[in-house]
Design a protein. Structure first.
Length: 118
C-alpha cells in the first residue's frame, strides 16, 4: 500500500499565500515524479505543477510566476502566492513511483480544499 497525505489547504483572501504539503509513505522503492493537480466544481482535474526526482519542474500557464513546487525524498510542497479566486479548487497530490515489489504505480491523495475569496 502507498499513502499520500496532503496538508495546508484553507481559506485565504485574494492576493494571499498558502503552502500545500504532501507526504508519501508505504511500500515505496523510489519516486519518479510528484505533482499537484486541482479540480474546481464542474471542471476536469488539471495539472498545476509537477517535479521529477531530478528536480525538473513543469507548471500550468495559469500559475507560472505565482506557484513554486519543491520536493524532498518522499514529500512535495506547493508554495502558492498571489492567489486568485480562480485558484479555488480541491488540490490533489500525485506520485508516480516504483513499489518495493517493482510495480509502477500512480498514487493519489484524498485532496485538500483551497478557497480564495475576492
Amino acid at each position: 500500500q502507498v499513502q499520500l497525505v496532503e496538508s495546508g489547504g484553507g481559506l485565504v483572501q485574494a492576493g494571499g499565500s498558502l503552502r500545500l504539503s504532501c507526504a508519501a509513505s508505504g511500500i515505496i522503492f523510489s519516486i519518479n515524479a510528484m505533482g499537484w493537480y486541482r479540480q474546481a466544481p464542474g471542471k476536469q482535474r488539471e495539472l498545476v505543477a509537477d517535479i521529477t526526482r531530478g528536480g525538473s519542474t513543469n507548471y500550468a500557464d495559469s500559475v507560472k510566476g505565482r506557484f513554486t513546487i519543491s520536493n524532498t525524498k518522499n514529500t512535495v510542497s506547493l508554495q502558492m502566492n498571489r492567489l486568485k479566486p480562480e485558484d479555488t479548487a480541491v488540490y490533489y497530490c500525485n506520485a508516480n513511483l516504483l513499489t518495493t515489489g517493482r510495480s509502477t504505480v500512480s498514487s493519489w491523495g484524498r485532496g485538500t480544499q483551497v478557497t480564495v475569496s475576492s
